[in-house]
Design a protein around this ligand. Structure first.
Ligand code: ADP
Ligand code: MG
Length: 260
């Protein structure tokens, strides 16, 4: 069967007045539909670059793919941009719009704000514990609540592929554990195909089916680990995963790879 997402021999360089920076070198990676993978790697190795390229944002990032290609269901990602949801560390919620109107931004831009979309937005707000804040400005929400709202906004566009670039790293530790647990459970429940980029090894192992470890810049795939925790179930909780006996084993493997 063909991969859902397929990255073949991908190399990429930035061009700037100071010269050329090679960010990615010969990346090979594929994803099945419904799979949830995490990508870890040293700071500055090229993780965000890789995610922007998967999002089809090449024309906006000022560089060049020097080799290889990225296909989503056998078509170049540049033709698939509207099927890909991209969520960043910063939530980019608009303070002058209510939480509900922020969440409905995608359908509104596409002139597709139907009553079904509105019902769906309210249902998602409810399932993420935000129903009572639908009419409030995002400025009255906590950091964790804002991240949930940003995710709902992304999910409202019904992306075929969800990309998350360190979405929890601006949150304090305890909030981060809770929010990442909630969000990742939801992603599994809805079997959304997703890639989470994180520098947090524990987060990666606790949420993902597979952890891809990138090398220092220019990033290449240094190692891939299939994560099998003994409490595996399709709806396993990331928080519970952390207490699985295998967890430490994987942590040590990733740690070793990142530090040698
Ligand atoms: P990561 O997300 O892993 O921390 P990035 O993908 O953001 O890393 O960056 C990879 C490398 O590319 C870094 O060395 C960074 O300085 C460089 N880089 C990122 N954006 C640009 C740009 N617009 N122009 C030139 N170099 C860039
Ligand atoms: Mg980054």
């Amino acid at each position: 069967m063909d991969a859902f997402l397929s990255i073949k021999g991908l190399s990429f360089s930035y061009h700037s007045p100071e010269g050329e920076t090679q960010a990615l070198h010969d990346i090979n990676l594929s994803l099945r539909e419904g799979e949830f993978i995490a990508i870890v790697g040293p700071s500055g190795c090229g993780k965000s670059t890789l995610l922007s390229l998967i999002a089809g944002l090449l024309p906006f990032i000022g560089g060049e793919i020097t080799a290889g290609e990225i296909l989503l269901q056998n078509r170049p990602v540049s033709e698939n941009r509207d099927r890909i949801g991209y969520m960043l560390q910063k939530d980019h919620l608009f303070p002058w719009r209510s939480t509900k109107r922020n969440v409905l931004l995608g359908p509104e831009i596409r002139h597709d704000k139907t009553s079904e979309k509105e019902t769906k937005a309210l249902a998602l707000l409810d399932s993420y514990g935000l129903a009572q804040f639908a009419g409030s400005s995002p400025s009255s929400l906590s950091g964790g609540m804002r991240q949930r709202a940003a995710l709902i906004r992304t999910l409202m566009t019904e992306p075929a592929l969800l990309l998350l670039d360190e979405p929890f790293s601006a949150l304090d530790y305890q909030t981060r554990l809770n929010v990442s647990d909630d969000i990742c459970k939801q992603i599994r429940k809805e079997q959304i195909t997703a890639i989470l980029v994180t520098h947090d090894i524990s987060e990666a192992i606790s949420v993902a089916d597979r952890v891809v470890i990138l090398s220092k810049r220019p990033a290449t795939v240094a190692k891939t680990l299939d994560i099998q925790l003994d409490m595996d179930s399709p709806l396993r909780s990331p928080l519970l995963a952390r207490s699985s006996p295998n967890f430490t084993h994987y942590f040590n493997l990733v740690w070793k790879e990142l530090t040698t």
